[in-house]
Write a protein that binds this ligand. Structure first.
Ligand code: DX5
Ligand code: ZN
Length: 216
């Protein structure tokens, strides 16, 4: 399967949100990556359900919603209503992860689980077959523009082995500090989806950067 590019709108110009959505529609991007932060699970607040509703009116691609919030079960139905296609919760934020994944599936969304840099991929073993996408955080969640953590490659390799040994189709997504300098190495380690925020939106030519990431 060709790899997917999911630009993170966290780094976009929110005063021109419609134009940013249209730029992504016209680009080679596959997904819109939307980072929801509650100021509790992570030390930052971003945007929530009403903003995603507006994005959904303009976006013509898959909405990949990354919830960095505590007790995400409270809002699963609402994220479905505003157009989420992939809903990712954090392993560290879910006391009853299996139940949360069932609820996401019941709403007809793809089930994503994100793991922080300190969380071992092996912890996902009991629920791996219930997950459609594992988001491996390659920075500590909460902010864009941080430095990529090198230990990510080993985690991706181990996760790739776990998925392949079980014959699963689970996607591996990498989130944080992705650039053209590490994209190829991440794909070689077994990644399927690359999230990129500042590398795309702070570039002079975002569409060109997306194309380069797609072709790398
Ligand atoms: C970080 C977010 C990321 C972030 C990535 O908490 O989950 O999606 O937007 O931004 P960059 O690519 O700038 O590291
Ligand atoms: Zn994210």
């Amino acid at each position: 399967m060709a790899h997917l590019i999911a630009p993170s709108l966290l780094a976009c110009d929110f005063a021109n949100l419609q134009q940013e959505c249209e730029m992504l529609n016209e680009s080679e991007a596959d997904w819109f990556h939307l980072d929801v932060m509650d100021g509790m699970f992570v030390p930052n607040i971003s945007f929530g359900i009403p903003v995603i509703d507006f994005i959904n009116r303009h976006a013509k691609k898959t909405l990949d919603v990354h919830l960095m919030i505590e007790q995400p079960d409270r809002y699963i139905t609402q994220f479905k209503q505003v157009g989420a296609d992939v809903l990712t919760v954090h392993y560290e934020a879910c006391t009853h992860l299996h139940r949360t994944l069932q609820a996401i599936e019941q709403e007809g969304m793809k089930r994503g689980v994100a793991i922080n840099p300190h969380t071992s991929v092996e912890l996902l073993e009991p629920v791996l077959e219930n997950i459609d996408l594992v988001c491996v955080m390659s920075v500590n969640p909460g902010f864009g523009g941080q430095k990529f953590i090198e230990g990510t490659y080993r985690k991706v390799e181990r996760l790739r082995t776990m998925i392949d040994q079980r014959g699963l189709n689970t996607l591996i997504e990498i989130d944080g500090g992705v650039t053209s300098a590490n994209a190829r190495k991440l794909l070689d380690a077994g990644a399927n989806v690359l999230v990129a925020g500042s590398f795309v939106f702070k570039a002079d030519n975002p569409k060109r950067v997306i194309l380069d990431l797609k072709q790398c």
